[in-house]
Design a protein around this ligand. Structure first.
Ligand code: BDR
Ligand code: CA
Length: 317
């Protein structure tokens, strides 16, 4: 997982770390929502919450490829994780994210799925060093872009692409195989509602407290920004899709990314493109109910019967 935790990245780490089908080889970190050092601490803390701090964490790019770095602390809080100011624990040094991803892909050719949940600076840096190595991935699934809906940083740009548009362009211009894009078009539908959050709070376990606490800042941001009740949790959708392919419906298209001017970070998708070598799968629709059932029961498996009951009573979905 290549991440910038980030409240929703943290939730994605929990979902992956608690899913036995996923062998989590490494967490690589990039500056995005918060600068890379704090993002790495947030990744470490997230994994510690679920007793998975065995997973290697490696730091990558501190800055976008060309543009000045702009964090998303307005959305995720000054510590990147909802202003909870958890103890600062540094992950062990495993070398750079670039080295770690490159080494693992060579070690396990065509076996590794990369879930890229932050700006694409690490993956673009790898491509610049060696244009072939990412082709050794089994697949790469990216949360980013907005195709037919407004962006969240500008009318046309989503944060991960807007933060490092040059990286996104380098990545999609390289025509890497087996790429899936999970844009805002579908992640907007992944709204953790006040009722779901209240149910989680009622579970009263350390993990439920953690999830309730880190999402508080996010909920306030959504209210202030767009008068939404609850919070959109983009990143775990990628992990849920890895676990259950029926959660997303995808269509092939060619992705291009604008790097300059008013449309900086815009993802332009040509669905007319017929040359399959140039295309990525773009998520078009999502089964949000299926997502939440999976997400909630994986994080709070000991409360499965409560979750089922709340679903049956139509209290949460
Ligand atoms: C994306 O940007 C970040 O704020 C989130 O973590 C997510 O990856 C949504 O635009
Ligand atoms: Ca993210």
């Amino acid at each position: 997982m290549d991440v910038d935790p980030g409240i929703d990245d943290s939730l994605a780490l929990l979902l992956a770390g608690l899913s036995p089908e996923i062998e989590l080889l490494a967490i690589t970190v990039v500056s995005g929502n918060i600068e890379v050092d704090q993002a790495a601490r947030n990744a470490k803390f997230s994994m510690r919450m679920i007793g998975r701090d065995d997973v290697m964490i490696a730091k990558g790019c501190a800055r976008p490829i060309h543009r000045n770095y702009v964090d998303a602390t307005d959305t995720h809080g000054i510590d990147g994780i909802g202003e909870m100011y958890f103890p600062k624990e540094e992950p062990e040094d495993h070398g750079s994210a670039i080295e770690v991803i490159t080494r693992l892909l060579r070690l396990y050719p065509h076996q590794i799925t990369i879930a890229a949940l932050g700006p694409l600076s690490n993956l673009a840096t790898i491509l610049k060093q060696d244009p072939e190595v990412l082709s050794l991935a089994k697949e790469i699934i990216i949360m980013g872009g907005s195709v037919n809906v407004c962006g969240n940083c500008s009318p046309v740009a989503e944060y991960n692409f807007w933060c490092d548009p040059h990286a996104a362009k380098i990545f999609f211009d390289a025509n890497v195989h087996n790429v899936t894009l999970v844009p805002l078009d579908v992640t907007y539908k992944i709204l953790l509602t006040p009722n779901m959050r209240e149910m989680i709070r009622q579970f009263k376990t350390p993990l439920s407290e953690y999830v309730t606490n880190i999402t508080g800042f996010y909920v306030d941001f959504h209210w202030a920004q767009e008068r939404t009740l609850g919070c959109v949790i983009n990143d775990p959708l990628v992990i849920a899709y890895i676990l259950d392919r029926s959660i997303l419906n995808c269509k092939f298209g060619q992705v291009q990314v604008e790097t300059e001017g008013i449309a900086m970070g815009e993802s332009v998708v040509d669905f007319r493109q017929s040359d399959v070598r140039l295309t990525s799968a773009i998520a078009q629709s999502v089964d949000a109910k299926r997502f939440f059932k999976l997400f909630l029961t994986r994080l709070f498996s000991e409360h499965k019967s409560d979750i089922d009951l709340m679903i049956e009573k139509r209290m949460i979905i």
